[in-house]
Design a protein around this ligand. Sequence first.
Ligand SMILES: [Zn+2]
Length: 421
Amino acid sequence: MTNRFLIFLAFISFTGSILAQEVSVALFYDRKPQGITLTVQKGSYLVYDNELLVDTIEIGANINIIRESEYLVYRHRSKAFATEKSLKLVGVGDAAFFINYTGSVEAARNYDGWLLVKRNDYYIDIIDFVTLDSYVAGVVEGKGGTLFSEEYYKAMAVLFRSLTVYRLSRHKKEGFDFCDGSHCQLYKAKAGSRVIIQAAKKTTNMVMVDRYMNIFEPLYHVNSGGLTSDGYSVTGKKCNYFKVVKDTFAVYGNSYSWKLLIPGIEWQEFLVKKGMKTAGSKLVKDLIVKQPTRLSAFRLSTDSVKLEAVINDLGWQSAYFDMSLDKSGVITVTGKGSGHGAGLSIESAQVMASKGYTYDVILKYFYKDIHIVNVNNLNLNLNSGGVSNSRTQSIGGKAIIKKQDLVIPKIKFINLTGETI
Ligand SMILES: [Zn+2]
């Protein structure tokens, strides 16, 4: 490859990534990695030590970057060098790689985008800069299932893109937007499913906003049990974008109904443990819960227990259930749905898409008075570390472009002994 060609490729790559909207994700965040092994799967990568091009790795090439005291040590076959600073691996064209961390017993992961590897005081940060669409597709695929209709994936792409923008800069102080764990959104690989990648592309830049044009946290759950909740039990406040929906699609989902038995005395003890002291002196028959419509709490005179607690404390599928007591003192719990019930029901959305509903109709079925708009038309204050909830935001403001910090480097070509070529 000639130097001129390399310069050209580097220029294309840098300018391309500046134009695209990107998010930065710390890979293996909870593993506190000391090093990585990386194999180029597609395309090639230019390796920069600070802003100096030091290596080019082609498809199939395998490299190691390891933290050793004050340095990052880079190894590629017989070549090796140490740097005190960071290393950047910038993809050329449609590039992708497999990556794993030193000492891992997990399978290697497959990502695209470009990588920044830097030393912190205790381990290394491995930060993947990916396009918003690629990140969203990876998150959607990570939720499971690749066999549903495209309109379902389009709805999920808009939902997760909205959630991504809502949570942007969660880890700003650490120098990236998201971790790859459940604290943010699970991002364990780039998407491989063509239908999911297409769904993200076809809805590119589209996000949901409420009636005031504010981005909001779009809660979702597995199955509503036929009735969604107003979200109060999850958010602790009234939200204008949630609505109670008589969800007629939920019945077709696998998690629509469930049943279990619990000794009456155990239910009584649970209520007392959760702070309902008066339950201790009552008969079990007085502690039976009936929900003709969703209740947020079980009340006994002035005492109350949030029903949501059965999900975390007792491992029940949802807090939407009825009870009946038999003569032997055993309670039969007949439950509906799975999850908190607020916002979109995933199983219902899958059913709706299979019946021919489009993604916008699906989203508007579950969220109240929403608009689906281009994120570039929103006035988002990203510099303050996320999205402002101010109701004075309007569309037509400054475009949100998540730029990476790279500048076009003064490229010098050196070999790994440091000699300029
Ligand atoms: Zn996180």
